[in-house]
Design a binder for this molecule. Sequence first.
Ligand SMILES: [Zn+2]
Length: 64
Amino acid sequence: MPIYEYQCKDCQHTFETLVFQNDHNPVCCPYCNSDKVTRLMSASSVFSSTSLGRCAAPAGGGFS
Ligand SMILES: [Zn+2]
């Protein structure tokens, strides 16, 4: 069962929830019960793209 991370657009609360393949009910914020939630990208994919961007900076030698 995959666990997805969501963020509520109304209160900015982030939460994780199990998503069942046969469950088509909308995900609601457990904090304010709003259904205006967005699914966040996984932390690992966000981190890797950020790291790639920073790797473009000049590196190696020249400092001493
Ligand atoms: Zn909320």
